[in-house]
Design a protein around this ligand. Structure first.
Ligand code: DON
Length: 309
């Protein structure tokens, strides 16, 4: 039997000399202040075993990882109709790229690049005030993680609100193509707050467990999404979850994953476990450098892969 705790401990120990590698996201001033030497990892298996290493209990800014959960909410509210608003293809460009959006008349390539996630947040906002929509996303995270102790870091949200020129450009651009139904300020207000949710690796791995277990949280018994929907969300994470680093992530790790510029990555080993890693230093695609390596080590040592039995 695989000793998962030993594997997680080994990864933590072997990577320790490299802590601090990569470059923290500095375009959001509040994230630029994070100590890059931190590292945490949590593996939660479908039968409820929890394996932690490093700073697995320390909350960090989940940033783009929130896009998996707003996509889940939007699918629940609007079903397959969301695909009229965003595509399902890898973009092959940066997470905040604007060029493709003009060519494709304001319809973002996928729900995980910033433009696509902003369009999804617009769908989450339907029938709500911005405050209610933020509350809905936060409640969903607490429900999935089965913990009340999850909050939004207001300083991070405000920091991004004050400097998010590119996201304002993307949102205004989409609005000019009539691809957003709500005022840009409202949509981005919700978007910046969902990105500023702070969670630990342990909480995040628990929140993602339904994706590893055919749509049902195996620990609480709650069905979150159907089997087919879980499978499809995983497919999108695999093809688009790491932007133009998605191919590389699939090659090296071989599991659906979603990164955030806070340095977190949520990865899903279907039928096995949900994994969260956090290391703030990023690679050139804006994905956690050591987080990606840690997941590659984990996949190699456990044999977990969606490409091989
Ligand atoms: O919108 C942004 O730029 C950030 N709130 C989130 C971007 C992000 O996490 C990209 N992921 N690696």
């Amino acid at each position: 039997m695989t000793d998962l705790q030993a594997i997680v401990d080994d990864i933590h120990r072997e990577l320790a000399p490299r802590f601090g590698e990569g470059k923290v996201a500095d375009y959001i001033p509040q994230l630029a202040r994070v100590d890059p030497k931190q590292f945490g990892m949590a593996v939660v298996t479908v039968d409820g075993a929890v394996h932690l290493a490093g700073e697995a209990e320390k909350a960090f800014s989940i940033q783009s990882i929130s896009k998996v959960f707003t996509l889940t909410i939007a699918l629940g509210k609007h079903g397959e109709a969301i695909w009229n608003r965003v595509g399902r293809e890898p973009s092959g460009s940066a997470f905040n790229s604007i060029v493709q959006l003009e060519h494709e008349h304001g319809k973002p390539r996928n729900p995980f690049i910033n433009a696509g996630a902003i369009a999804i947040t617009d769908l989450v906002l339907a029938g709500h005030t911005p405050k209610e929509a933020i509350g809905e996303v936060l409640r969903f995270m607490r429900f999935l993680a089965d913990e009340e102790d999850i909050v939004i870091d207001r300083d991070v949200a405000q920091s991004e609100q004050a400097t998010g020129y590119r996201n304002f450009a993307l949102a205004n651009f989409m609005r000019s193509f009539e691809k957003l139904s709500h005022p840009v300020e409202h949509v981005l207000g919700v978007y910046f707050h969902q990105c500023a949710i702070a969670m630990s690796c342990r909480q995040l791995a628990r929140a993602g467990l339904f994706l590893a277990a055919s749509g049902t949280n195996p620990l609480t018994g709650h069905r979150v999404v159907s089997h087919m929907r879980a499978r499809r969300i995983n497919a999108l994470m695999l093809t688009c979850g790491h932007y133009d680093g998605s191919g590389d992530f699939a090659y090296h790790v071989g599991l659906p994953g979603k990164s955030g510029v806070g340095g977190g990555i949520l990865a899903v080993a279907p039928g096995k476990a949900s994994v969260a890693v956090w290391s703030p230093g990023l690679n050139r695609n804006g994905n956690s450098l050591l987080g990606s390596i840690a997941l590659e080590m984990l996949a190699n040592r456990t044999g977990w892969s969606v490409f091989a039995a």
